[in-house]
Design a protein around this ligand. Structure first.
Ligand code: HEC
Ligand code: HEC
Length: 212
């Protein structure tokens, strides 16, 4: 709590506190446990056709990619989403320069560099260093898994090569937050290590995308 609050002036502090309380009502419905599991690349060894194996590996990665923890920060348009039901972020905020919020309502006004548990109710404000929205060309909400896959590989849209994408999935801090999303929030399935291994196996089998 301290992180988020000490840097604020009077009016901002009161506004932020009101929203923190609002937030608490939403998170209480999440159980903090992921019901899904994530298979390791070994589980796909039996698929002898290499491109079918590649598609199956990406479908498995899709359990992470399409999880609300990730989608909420890769929205369509200019506003983050929140919660398992991916509802509009309360209060309304916009991406602003670099996805870090409008000058008067920066993400960092409320999101610090770590998750901050509410003191007097269930839940937390999510946080990680440089908390910001993914850029518009990396939006995922409203797209099929096949479309997301082709977009990830499209060098005209993404600045990442496949090797960089693997490194991002395996080591990036905002990706890693998905497994450590703070009190009252359901983590994405598996582990970041396993997600990185699936990404590598997908690339090694030709980085094929699901149809549709
Ligand atoms: C005035 C405070 C405030 C500002 C400014 C703010 N947020 Fe939030 N945000 C919150 C609170 C509180 C929550 C937790 C709500 C809940 O879980 O019920 C939250 C939740 C989120 C979530 C949902 C996480 C999840 O998976 O459920 C995302 C994503 C998010 N914020 C992104 C951003 C981004 C990006 C910005 C800047 C463009 C931003 N927020 C600006 C207060 C704020
Ligand atoms: C707090 C917001 C936030 C969260 C949560 C988040 N991301 Fe991102 N994501 C970003 C930002 C910002 C970028 C752009 C990174 C860059 O340009 O270096 C990005 C980029 C990416 C990319 C590259 C996309 C492309 O087209 O090149 C991938 C892949 C990705 N994120 C995966 C994930 C996964 C998987 C999760 C959930 C486990 C996740 N992200 C959660 C903010 C977020």
């Amino acid at each position: 709590m301290q992180h988020a609050v000490y840097s604020l002036g009077g009016a901002g502090l009161i506004a932020a506190m009101a929203f923190l309380t609002l937030g608490a009502a939403n998170v209480a419905s999440e159980n903090g446990i992921s019901n899904e599991t994530l298979k390791s690349p070994e589980a796909f060894k039996s698929i002898s056709d290499k491109s079918k194996r590649s598609v199956a590996l990406f479908n498995e990665m899709g359990k992470v990619i399409t999880h609300p923890r990730c989608m909420n920060c890769h929205p369509k348009g200019d506003s983050p989403l929140q919660g398992m039901n991916m509802q509009k972020h309360e209060p309304p905020v916009v991406r602003g320069a670099g996805g870090m919020g409008a000058p008067a309502m920066r993400c960092s006004t409320c999101h610090s560099d770590e998750n901050v548990t509410f003191m007097d109710s269930e839940g937390s404000v999510p946080g990680h260093a440089v908390w910001r929205l993914a850029p518009p060309e990396q939006a995922w909400v409203g797209k099929s898994l096949g479309e997301i896959c082709r977009q990830l590989k499209d060098q005209k849209r993404s600045h990442m090569t496949l090797a960089e994408l693997q490194k991002h999935n395996a080591t990036d801090g905002l990706v890693g937050w998905g497994w450590n999303p703070g009190e009252g929030r359901t983590p994405v399935p598996g582990s970041q290590k396993m997600f990185g291994e699936l990404t590598q196996a997908w690339i090694d089998t030709g980085a094929e995308c699901p149809g549709g």
